[in-house]
Design a protein around this ligand. Structure first.
Ligand code: ADP
Length: 175
């Protein structure tokens, strides 16, 4: 499914983030930036040691912020690493921190002149963010950014599995 956001396209696909041919893919990293499970493990396995070597130089990343490295052996030229909030009860700034991840990642893409970015569903795996809430925040935040920033032509959410895709599709229909 896809919609227009200003002059840009916002689209949903079911698939694997490491296979995307967008100029950047986004990693749901942890604060150390030194690798982990889920999307993070898949990106480092597929991208090779170059990405981790660059991450070591960055000295970590606070929750809600983002950092950029090259894409190593991936099709994508860059990886944007962002650290989502660990979900507790929704009353510990989780919504604003999750929104910040999407915005800060897109700001890095804009600053580098990148025209296409693929995101996974940040925080909805090991970090436990409820999928329906996370989907609403993700899509609302990215749509608002694209409406102000036509320099990014395409944002793709790459949802891992049917349940994640269905949650994002429902949220997109309500935008
Ligand atoms: P977090 O720690 O931010 O929760 P995870 O990597 O554990 O990050 O999970 C985030 C989301 O990414 C989950 O919905 C998970 O199903 C999904 N995911 C896991 N592997 C991949 C992949 N290769 N491509 C896209 N999404 C993935």
């Amino acid at each position: 499914m896809k919609i227009q956001a200003g002059r840009s396209v916002l689209e949903l696909v079911e698939g694997d983030i490491i296979r995307q041919d967008t100029e950047a893919i986004v990693n749901a990293a942890n604060q150390s930036l030194l690798g982990g499970g889920g999307v993070d493990g898949a990106i480092h396995r597929a991208g090779g040691p170059q990405i981790l070597a660059e991450c070591r130089q960055l000295g970590g990343c606070p929750t809600g912020e983002a950092r950029i490295t090259t894409g190593g052996n991936l099709k994508a030229r860059y990886v944007i690493h962002t650290v989502g909030p660990v979900y507790r009860d929704g009353l510990h700034r989780e919504p604003e921190l999750l929104a910040s991840c999407y915005r800060e990642s897109l700001k890095l893409a804009s600053a580098r002149g990148l025209k296409s970015v693929a995101f996974p569903s940040i925080s909805t795996g090991a970090y436990g963010y409820p999928l329906a809430d996370a989907a609403r925040i993700a899509l609302k935040t990215v749509k608002a950014y694209l409406q102000e920033h036509p320099e990014i032509e395409r944002v793709r959410f790459v949802l891992f599995g049917q349940a994640a895709y269905a949650a994002y599709e429902a949220a997109m229909k309500e935008l």
